[in-house]
Write a protein that binds this ligand. Structure first.
Ligand code: KG4
Ligand code: ZN
Length: 359
């Protein structure tokens, strides 16, 4: 039972063929980093244009790599939201056109549910099934959501960010400090070279739902810190490095990052991880849950992966790096249980920018 997945919610055009919801036969991701990098963030109009260029060759390559033709598929799954509407539309429209031409059923998938399935897919592949109920923390450039997962397909939203997503905070802080886009991976490479306790940031205090997240105060605190230190020269140095070299190596970044900035970055990363994990652990304890799924681009963070090892008694499940960031294998995998339940979408399936998963 093979499903073709198509993902185009943000700045990656991706297609994958997954067998029985667990075996990845192909996974192709065309990144638009070079297009958006020079603007310091995703430009929605450029993203739609790049998806239009990439969608046909990316889907063709995913079919070729898996030695599958449309006739060998059981369904086509597309990300229907949340995301940038112009980007989503490209994948949704192309998916519908393929279904119309081939007679295959269409399945709409929520991108956030896809991120959770990235972990379930790999655990199934390893024949290590996760115990339910579980918690799922989805942390990326667009989302910071904590769910209770009573079983795959059944989610209850426990908390979400009230302002920036965790990855967005990384990207904004990196931009402020003169590192390129996306900044998360660069800050993660520099953080181990600084003292995480050097700058004391206060943790966000939430009124109302204590499981909601907030990163805008931390971002502003970094801005204030930068304003009080004479950073202009070193920021210019980093911007110049980026002009000469679009993808500097970790050593090149370190060479233009003096100790106080390394300490600032280490302290920022320490605080983000603290913000995430204290809510995860308190809800795990309250609900008596021990399996914790972490997914989305920020799940690549090495500091986060290391810190969870301190919490003995909980099973943390991260995807491989390739499946942490946006990809279509997670979409094809999330579609498998929907296929079994015959939950098909019609040709009126829409791209929904603010689609929610469980409220
Ligand atoms: O899941 P993803 O590919 O796209 C969205 O759905 O947003 O996540 C991309 C985000 C970016 O904000 C990027 O900076 C962040 O994930 N990211 C990281 C790391 N790798 C990617 N953040 C912190 N540490 C990392 N190692
Ligand atoms: Zn994502």
């Amino acid at each position: 039972m093979r499903i073709l997945g198509i993902e185009s919610s943000c700045d990656e055009t991706a297609a994958a063929v997954v067998e029985d919801g667990r075996r990845i036969l192909s996974s192709v991701v065309a990144s638009q980093l070079d297009t958006h990098g020079k603007y310091g963030g995703v430009v929605p109009e450029l993203a739609s244009r790049e998806h239009l260029r990439a969608i046909v060759p990316v889907v063709r390559q995913a079919l070729d790599d898996s030695s599958t033709t449309l006739a060998g598929l059981s369904a086509i799954a597309v990300t229907e939201g949340p995301g940038l509407v112009g980007s989503l539309l490209v994948g949704v429209t192309y998916g519908k056109a393929l279904c119309f031409a081939s007679g295959l059923p269409l399945i709409g998938v929520n991108h956030v549910e896809g991120h959770i399935h990235a972990v379930l897919l790999e655990q199934r592949e390893k024949k290590h099934d996760i115990q339910f109920p579980a918690l799922a923390l989805v942390v990326s450039g667009g989302h910071t959501h904590l769910f209770e997962v009573s079983s795959p397909g059944h989610y209850r939203l426990l908390g979400k960010t009230r302002d920036d997503a965790a990855g967005e905070a990384y990207d904004k802080v990196a931009k402020l400090l003169g590192f390129g886009y996306p900044g998360g991976p660069v800050l993660d490479q520099i953080a181990p070279h600084g003292n995480p306790r050097a700058v004391k940031f206060t943790l966000a205090r939430m009124k109302g739902n204590q499981l909601d997240f907030s990163f805008s105060g931390l971002k502003t605190a970094v801005l204030r810190w930068v304003e009080h230190h004479n950073f202009a020269d070193e920021i210019a140095l980093r911007r110049n490095l980026l002009k000469d070299q679009p993808h500097p190596s970790p050593d090149q970044w370190l060479a233009v990052t003096p100790e106080p900035t390394r300490d600032l970055i280490a302290s920022f990363q320490f605080t983000v991880i603290e913000e995430l994990l204290r809510r995860v652990i308190s809800s795990a304890d309250e609900l008596g849950v021990s399996s914790i799924i972490v997914s989305g681009g920020v799940a690549c963070n090495s500091g986060l992966r290391q810190r969870v090892s301190r919490f003995a008694g909980y099973g943390f499940y991260f995807p491989s790096h390739a499946l942490s960031t946006d990809n279509a294998a997670m979409i094809a995998s999330a579609a498998f249980p929907k296929f079994e339940r015959s939950e098909f979408g019609g040709f009126d399936l829409r791209a929904t920018a603010n689609l929610t998963l469980a409220g």
